[in-house]
Design a protein around this ligand. Structure first.
Ligand SMILES: [Zn+2]
Length: 260
């Protein structure tokens, strides 16, 4: 018996998926966005096998359902990643051989080549799903090939592990700071407007500043995933704060954790 993903419909054309805690303690969030010509899957979760993560089956069913009301021959699927850590790419192999499907590689060179980034990491580029435009914003700092995605249709900024209600592991602090500055600039100059940030994990509890340790499988009082656009300012300010002896800067809704 495989463990089903938790499926939440954020809009008619935007699906949030979560690998449940019962399947893997990382319990990453994944997202599926439908455009007229292709769908975009962001991340493939923490398990390769379909028993712990029946992702291909779930995505195929959701695409079939979409195509029943939005018929389109030769509908494509792009599988891209917020970053290359193992709990975000593990089920890539489930999409091998799927017709009309591109699984974006996970090295910096492969990410730059697929999206057509020019002068990485300075400038965002656009990915078209047909009638739906996605901005891909370079996001190194947590991981070198990280990308933040902005959906103009919903105003959602998909921030991966760069910003989520959890531990923000900073492995290159100069790159991370530049990424936060880039996201603030994008938020402040971009149109349409960023309405919400959705990252990839929830590790904070509803008690301000208190996190569930790595490996926790039961989080009865976890914070919701969504964060307001102003959290970008909080993260930027926290980057100037004094780091405690354990290498952290603790804030109510996130913890900067320096690993460089
Ligand atoms: Zn990560």
């Amino acid at each position: 018996m495989s463990i089903p993903l938790e499926v939440t419909r954020l809009s008619d054309s935007t699906i949030q998926l979560r690998q449940p805690k019962a399947a893997h303690w990382e319990a990453p969030f994944l997202f599926l966005l439908f455009g007229t010509e292709r769908a975009l899957l962001l991340d493939t979760g923490a398990s390769a096998d379909a028993e712990h993560l029946p992702l291909r089956e779930t995505v195929d069913a959701l695409i079939d359902e979409w195509l029943r009301t939005h018929p389109r021959p030769d509908y494509e699927l792009v599988v891209a990643h917020t970053h290359a850590h193992g709990d975000h790419i593990a089920a890539d192999g489930q999409f091998a051989g799927r017709p009309r499907t591109t699984v974006v590689g996970t090295t910096i060179d492969e990410v730059i080549a697929f999206f057509g980034f020019d002068g990485w990491p300075a400038h965002p580029v656009q990915l078209q799903l047909g009638d739906r435009d996605i901005d891909a914003i370079p996001g190194p700092g947590h991981e070198p090939s990280a990308v933040v995605f902005f959906d103009r249709e919903t105003g959602i900024l998909f921030t991966g592990d760069t910003i989520c209600p959890g531990r923000l592991y900073i492995r290159d602090r100069a790159a991370f700071r530049a990424t936060i500055d880039r996201l603030v600039a994008f938020r402040d100059t971009g149109a349409p407007r960023v309405t919400v940030l959705l990252g990839s994990h929830v590790e904070m509890s509803t008690t301000p500043g208190a996190d569930y340790p790595a490996g926790t499988v039961d989080q009865p009082d976890e914070l919701p995933l969504d964060l307001p656009p102003t959290v970008l300012d909080e993260v930027r300010q926290a980057l100037d704060d004094e780091i405690d002896p354990s290498g952290n800067v603790v804030r109510d809704r996130f913890i900067l954790s320096y690993k460089d």
